[in-house]
Write a protein that binds this ligand. Sequence first.
Ligand SMILES: [Zn+2]
Ligand SMILES: [Zn+2]
Length: 260
Amino acid sequence: MLVDSHAHLLSLEDPVDAVSRAAAEGIGKIISIGTGLESSNATVELSRKYKGVYVSVGIHPHSASDFSEEVMGELGGMLEDPKVVAVGETGLDYHYMNSPREDQIRSFEAHMELARRHSLPFVVHVRDADEDLLSMLRGTDFGTKPGVIHCFSGDYQTAKKYLDLGFYISFSGIVTFKRAEEVRDAAAKIPIERLLYETDSPYLAPVPERGKPNEPRNVVYVARLISQLRGLSFEEFTSIVFENVTELFPKVSKDKDGLI
Ligand SMILES: [Zn+2]
Ligand SMILES: [Zn+2]
């Protein structure tokens, strides 16, 4: 059973069609990620229509300036929903710097605290900000499975630093890009029980769909490539990653009834 551990269903042109196509392709679970209060709320609504669609609620680092105690309180209220399995995406993005650094740090701290209080994992986005992120993570005490570094685009040495803190590492379509040698090296080497994959759709469509809008069914290409790197059959590999997803996100059901 295939899982897309990170998609933004509400940012797709037609989420309903995309979910049907994913189901036809054998994808059994999708974790759809909120990027702000409104999209988190709407994603929870959408998840009620599908057995296998789950939600993570949070404020994207790009929108970190929207952060307030009030917004965090509302996000916190959503965490009781059975379909809400994680907090985020949150993190630091110094590449685009769409919100000032201080706002990103404040928002990330509040998300970590929320996740800790509710004993839920958090979904982390990091771009050109590993140093600050790692120092914040190291200064915080959380459980043995704090969360996932999503859309990992670094090398093995960087992955190792997050693994040492208990994080899972999730690979997106970047792993299929020609010049992503270092990312492939990391995907080949990290402990398999900490590996996840995702589409991050509608962004970053994998080869051979590159350049088109991405959608959850394309997680097949990401999974296939990593299974080859690991020297495992597609079936064996995807069943390991399915286990990993339910380990990290305990609210995701272990049943294999399918997406719809
Ligand atoms: Zn992201
Ligand atoms: Zn994302």
